[in-house]
Design a protein around this ligand. Structure first.
Ligand SMILES: O=C[C@H](O)[C@H](O)[C@H](O)COP(=O)(O)O
Length: 224
């Protein structure tokens, strides 16, 4: 057992028959989907709404019934991963490039739960590079603006050194900040920057974080 798997399996406790479930993205969500698929195969009825092509592919492979976000009016609970979370349960997401669809699904959800391993717990956000999704048109000008602000952006590249392209056909500039002293102010600034589609600061966007340890135990952090 590793921490990610422990948290992924524990998230099953949050699921009830008949629910519409937001399905996050990443290596921790993988374990949740695997466990959910076993329940579905045994006759448990749910509907999933995926946050990425990667998750659609897994759900199809494991025969989890799916709808698109437009096909549902609301989502009962979303189970997603995170790259960092702090004591206020604010977080950074998008290490896997899925931040835009993840934020759309999260905002349509009645309840949001993150599943992570212990390495994701931090006192202050920012050690993990903050993903900023930008339109390809003129992206170098957005990059220059971010350089001038001292935000240290790096264009995300694929293994063969091409720009990484998101499911929505955008690029990602990862901001290497080390610490984010005022996440609200930074989120507000990025929200208003032309050319930026979305950023990976998820503030006040989860009610519960399940943190898995290598020994298989899971600690729960809930919003106060
Ligand atoms: O874009 C990807 C997502 O935000 C992931 O949920 C996040 O990067 C955590 O991924 P993992 O569970 O693989 O560490």
């Amino acid at each position: 057992m590793n921490g990610k798997k422990a948290a992924g399996i524990k998230a099953l406790d949050e699921i009830r028959e008949g629910m519409t479930i937001g399905l996050g993205t990443g290596s921790t969500v993988y374990f949740f989907l695997e466990a959910l698929a076993e329940k579905v195969a045994a006759g448990f009825t749910i509907t999933g709404v995926a946050t990425s092509q990667q998750t659609i592919d897994l759900a199809k492979k494991w025969k989890i019934p799916m709808r698109t976000l437009n096909e549902v009016s609301t989502i009962d609970v979303t189970i997603d991963g995170a790259d960092e979370f702090d004591p206020q349960l604010n977080g950074i997401k998008g290490g896997g490039g899925a931040l835009l669809f993840e934020k759309l699904v999260a905002k349509s959800s009645k309840k949001r739960i993150w599943i992570v391993d212990e390495r994701k717990k931090v006192e202050q956000l920012g050690r993990f590079p903050l993903p900023v999704e930008v339109v390809p048109f003129g992206w170098k000008h957005v990059e220059s603006f971010l350089v001038n602000k001292g935000y240290n952006p790096k264009l995300r590249l694929t293994a063969d050194e091409r720009p990484y392209v998101t499911d929505a056909h955008h690029y990602i500039l990862d901001l290497h900040l080390q610490t984010i002293s005022d996440p609200e102010a930074l989120a507000n600034e990025l929200d208003h920057l032309t050319g930026v589609v979305e950023h990976g600061l998820f503030l006040g966007m989860t009610e519960k974080v399940l943190v898995g340890a290598p020994n298989g135990t899971v600690e729960t952090f809930e919003k106060k």
